[in-house]
Design a protein around this ligand. Structure first.
Ligand SMILES: *[C@@H]1O[C@H](CO)[C@@H](O)[C@H](O)[C@H]1NC(C)=O
Ligand SMILES: *[C@@H]1O[C@H](CO)[C@@H](O)[C@H](O)[C@H]1NC(C)=O
Ligand SMILES: *[C@@H]1O[C@H](CO)[C@@H](O)[C@H](O)[C@H]1NC(C)=O
Ligand SMILES: *[C@@H]1O[C@H](CO)[C@@H](O)[C@H](O)[C@H]1NC(C)=O
Length: 644
């Protein structure tokens, strides 16, 4: 009798499934009814979540018993699929504001003289409004109207914002406000800090600490350097009084998101730069990242840890078109490891074609026993160890003050290298110029890049959408089989058995063609997909275009700017008229595109009948309105034109 997978005892199946990847487990359960039962089994689902995505939001919800582990598996699978295939489940206009932040599923935006806080991931909680005027006037004598507010960071129900007097360099404050429900307005202000400088001010926080930095220090070499300072936000945590601000010495770069990035992760503050020296060396070989971290519970005695030898690239790999560089740090949903994600557009090997590649690299620090973490200069000079290439004629040309960097070329594993058009560059997808690419992001957990582009070909000919339409452009890849589909399994050779009495023994063929090299992950690349379809495809698509391209206030004929934030399940963006001088408060609509079916739901009371219900969320007293909303319907309905 043939042994089939579904006949195996459950314990054996469980063991097999435990060693599969997340996608494989779900795919397996979709193959037949018997294996579907696999996923109905709570222990397996729990095991799957805990091994593969234990740091996801769904894992947390399941741990707290708010959803079952089975639902968690389903939700993660669906949202990742939806993301990777550019097939969102809903789109809505959430409101109108002049600035916003979006993190941990919470949207905070400025609307007039107040801040609205909306939990997008949990449609059941009521939006909150926090009036700014009383808070500001408790800090400065000038009022809200005399100053300018910018939002700096949000996390764990703490919002950090910057207040600055208009056109005067007095009253420069960093404020932390609690956004918790049921906090009396008088207790909203958690802390206030008067700033000496607000040059390139940024902030990062968790519930207990607020860290902020300005590009206002001056190094011994005369270049500006970042100064980082922090305060504790609650009574249980403290930074000892008198701890001086930390100046990040020899930490180069001032452009957030392209040359530097800052993040709080677990119990540390991390700073990342794509450069290791201020000067451009005439002769140089290798580029390294420079990463610094220190514990949030900082004391003046513990020096930050530094690693300025995180391999980035060889200069010989070709020039980079800097306009396209994006750099961030993202936590891995399965390991929680903080990872550098950098996208670079390069002329590979000096060729004439520019290609964009998304590189990922885990952040590590040498064990703390190595003393290099303290005072040593970050550039490992020629004197420090094996830092020069052997047999390179340029070595002879090095002047003594040269800070050349060199490391042997490291192999680029496919796992850490995601080319935009796949490895063969044969995806015929359209490319967009930078000026038309309004937002770029890469998501590690979905293995997808996302561009939000202005497409002037999409709806041309339709007078109502004469302006270019905003569309998603997503490319993704997934872990493929370790061996290519056309890999021919070598025919097992029967071991010599002349008499035919002994059972035949087979040589086990090697699993990989060459067992010498470490097994490389292989990836299947999905074609780059654009969404939504043109407005004339079906009534739904036409409505969608209306939501994604909401009309801007009258008189904004001079183009528009877009700011957006992407996380693993949604994209939130705000459109506003291109800067009109003197009136920087002109806000614009805030739009949510969601890949997670469980979010962006309006409580209409008619779950199920959700093909493009247009509804207004008017839950008692709350002012947030979902003004316009589209929910993915059935594809057939779109095809017959009956979807809306
Ligand atoms: C914030 O960081 C501190 C120090 O690392 C930690 O003890 C605390 O649990 C963190 N708070 C949250 C909500 O993560
Ligand atoms: C770091 O990024 C900036 C901006 O993209 C670029 O100008 C600079 O050359 C990069 N540094 C290195 C060492 O590649
Ligand atoms: C780099 O990219 C920008 C934006 O796409 C483009 O305008 C510029 O011409 C590119 N630089 C070069 C040298 O090709
Ligand atoms: C990508 O997904 C991670 C989860 O792994 C999420 O925390 C992050 O915000 C997302 N970032 C972007 C830029 O999509």
């Amino acid at each position: 009798m043939p042994r089939t997978l579904d006949r195996l005892p459950f314990d054996v199946l469980f063991c097999i499934a435990s060693s599969l990847t997340f996608d494989d487990i779900v795919s397996l359960s979709l193959t037949c009814r018997q294996l579907r039962l696999l996923l109905n089994e709570g222990t397996l689902c729990r095991r799957t979540i805990e091994t593969h995505v234990s740091y996801s939001k769904e894992a947390k919800l399941a741990q707290e018993k708010k959803i079952t582990y089975r639902d968690a598996v389903q939700r993660i699978y669906e949202r990742r699929e939806a993301f990777a295939k550019a097939s969102p489940s809903s789109a809505s206009i959430l409101g109108h504001g002049s600035a916003f932040l979006y993190k941990q599923g919470i949207l905070c935006y400025i609307s007039g003289s107040s801040i609205r806080v909306v939990d997008i991931h949990a449609s059941s909680s009521a939006p909150r409004t926090i009036e700014l005027s009383p808070i500001i006037s408790s800090v400065v004598s000038a009022g809200l109207a005399d100053g300018k507010i910018s939002l700096l960071s949000y996390s764990d129900e703490i919002l950090a914002l910057h207040y600055e007097r208009k056109a005067k360099s007095v009253d420069n404050w960093l404020l932390a406000i609690s956004t918790k429900a049921d906090t009396p307005d008088a207790e909203r202000l958690v802390t206030k800090i008067e700033l000496e400088s607000s040059s390139k001010l940024f902030a990062r926080n968790n519930a207990s600490f607020l860290y902020y930095g300005t590009h206002s220090g001056v190094g011994t070499h005369g270049h500006h350097e970042w100064r980082i300072d922090g305060v504790s936000l609650d009574a249980e945590h403290a930074i000892p009084a008198g701890t001086p601000p930390l100046q990040l010495e020899n930490f180069v770069g001032s452009d957030m998101g392209s040359t530097v990035a800052f993040e709080i992760h677990d119990n540390y503050f991390y700073a990342l730069s794509n450069q290791t020296s201020f000067d451009v060396e005439e002769v140089d070989w290798t580029s390294f990242y420079h990463c610094v971290r220190f514990p949030l519970e900082r004391t003046s005695s513990n020096a930050p840890e530094t690693n300025d030898r995180i391999y980035r690239r060889q200069h010989a790999e070709g020039p980079i078109n800097d306009s396209w560089t994006d750099m961030s740090m993202q936590a891995d949903e399965s390991t929680n490891a903080l990872t550098i994600v950098e996208s670079r557009r390069e002329w590979k090997d000096g060729g004439s074609q520019q290609t964009r590649t998304f590189y990922t690299q885990e952040i590590t620090f040498p064990p703390s026993s190595t003393p290099c973490s303290q005072t040593s200069s970050p550039a490992v000079g020629p004197s420090a160890g094996p830092a020069l290439p052997p047999d390179d004629p340029f070595v002879a040309l090095l002047a003594s003050d040269n800070n050349a960097h060199w490391a042997p070329t490291q192999r680029r594993y496919e796992r850490f290298t995601h080319p935009e058009y796949g490895p063969d560059l044969n995806d015929p997808a359209r490319a967009f110029i930078l000026a038309r690419t309004k937002l770029r992001a890469y998501n590690l957990s979905c293995r997808s890049f996302i561009d939000f582009v202005e497409d002037d070909k999409c709806c041309s000919g339709k007078p109502i959408y004469a302006a270019p339409c905003l569309r998603l452009r997503i490319g993704s890849r997934r872990l493929g089989p370790a061996l290519p589909d056309d890999y021919e399994q070598p025919q097992p050779q029967p071991a010599v058995s002349s008499k035919g009495k002994e059972p035949l023994r087979y040589e086990v063929p090697p699993l990989l063609p060459s067992s010498k090299s470490a097994p490389e992950d292989c990836f299947d690349y999905a074609p780059i997909t654009m969404w939504p379809p043109p407005a004339n495809a079906c009534p739904c698509a036409a409505r969608l275009h209306g939501i994604l391209n909401p009309p801007l206030p009258a008189g904004s004929a001079y183009g528009k700017t877009l700011v957006g934030v992407v996380d693993e399940r949604s994209l939130v963006y705000m459109l506003r008229p291109a800067r009109s001088y003197g009136d920087d408060d002109a806000g614009g609509p805030i739009v949510l595109i969601s890949f997670d079916r469980a979010i962006g739901r309006v409580r209409t009371g008619e779950e199920g009948a959700n093909d493009g219900v247009d509804s207004v969320m008017g839950d008692g007293g709350s002012e947030i309105q979902i003004r316009s909303r589209w929910v993915a319907g059935r594809a057939e309905a779109c095809r017959d034109g009956t979807c809306c």
